[in-house]
Design a binder for this molecule. Structure first.
Ligand code: NAP
Length: 247
């Protein structure tokens, strides 16, 4: 697997799964554009970690739910890197609540970042990919986008939407040699899941056939495979990375 001379754009790559993807692709030679929206220091630290792997790295502050800002950011990346070969739509948030307590803003913000953010990034890189007649798009969905989950109506709707986007865009771009796939992580150890109570963590672990949580690197390995030449005949697929959780 080699990504030498390729440019990969990864949203939400300042930490968690996104940072693991950035490091995995960089370790195989890809130049990396990190998109983040949180603390500058965290973004700078992620940039340093990836740069240490000997590739070119750019850091871009961009809320992917903002259509215009996403366009500006993609244009800036194209100016600085010359091309975009791989897009990994990983940025995501949760606002977990039962519908009874879920406010309109909880629903709208999760859809805006997870689903519309994925659309925005695909929309603004679409022409670049079609002109190149080559490329890889990988969207990060979730097992709850497949099975649903109490307390996550907003999040599971956004992730089911991401799977729909993946399959539709895969059909649009298949004739041009561009593959579009998704990964559906289960329970992965990151800040997102560390926020859960110990009781909930234990309950989830017990429900996983492999009886353990996954690592960001487990998801990064599946994403790297989908971005590789070895996966050139796979499109519109959703690969679960969940220790059997959604089997
Ligand atoms: P995380 O540790 O909370 O990291 C989320 C990342 O998304 C951060 O880099 C964050 O940037 C970025 N982000 C959030 N809102 C953004 C926005 N509006 N624009 C740009 N970037 C934004 O989460 P994670 O666990 O690594 O999750 C990564 C992806 O995997 C998400 O899509 C999540 O839904 C999915 N997933 C995770 C699990 C799991 O068990 N962890 C399971 C299934 C699916 P800042 O750091 O700059 O805030």
């Amino acid at each position: 697997m080699s990504f030498k001379n390729k440019t990969a754009v990864i949203t939400g790559a300042s930490r968690g799964i996104g940072l693991a993807v950035a490091k995995k692709l960089a370790s195989q030679g890809a130049n990396i554009a990190i998109i983040y929206v949180g603390k500058e220091e965290e973004g700078e630290n992620a940039k340093k970690e990836v740069e240490a792997l000997g590739v070119k790295v750019g850091l871009y502050y961009c809320d992917v739910s903002d259509f215009e800002k996403s366009k500006e950011t993609v244009d800036q990346i194209l100016n600085e890197f010359g091309t975009i070969d791989i897009l990994v739509n990983n940025a995501g948030i949760v606002r977990d609540k039962l519908v009874l307590r879920m406010e309109e803003a909880d629903f709208d913000s999760v859809i805006a970042v997870n689903l519309k953010g994925t659309f925005n990034m695909i929309k603004h890189t679409y022409k670049t990919f079609t002109k190149q007649r080559a490329g890889r798009i990988v969207n990060v969905a979730s097992v709850v986008g497949i099975n649903g989950n109490a307390g996550q109506t907003n999040y599971s709707a956004s992730k089911a939407g991401v799977i729909g986007v993946t399959k539709s865009v895969a059909k649009e771009l298949a004739g041009r040699g561009i593959t579009v796939n998704a990964v559906a992580p289960g329970y992965i150890i990151t800040d997102m899941t560390n926020a859960l109570s110990d009781k909930v963590k234990e309950e989830i672990e017990n429900a996983i056939p492999m009886k353990k949580r996954g690592l960001p690197e487990d998801v990064a390995n599946a994403i790297a495979f989908l971005c590789s030449d070895e996966a050139s005949y796979i499109t519109g697929e959703v690969i679960r990375v969940d220790g059997g959780m959604a089997m």
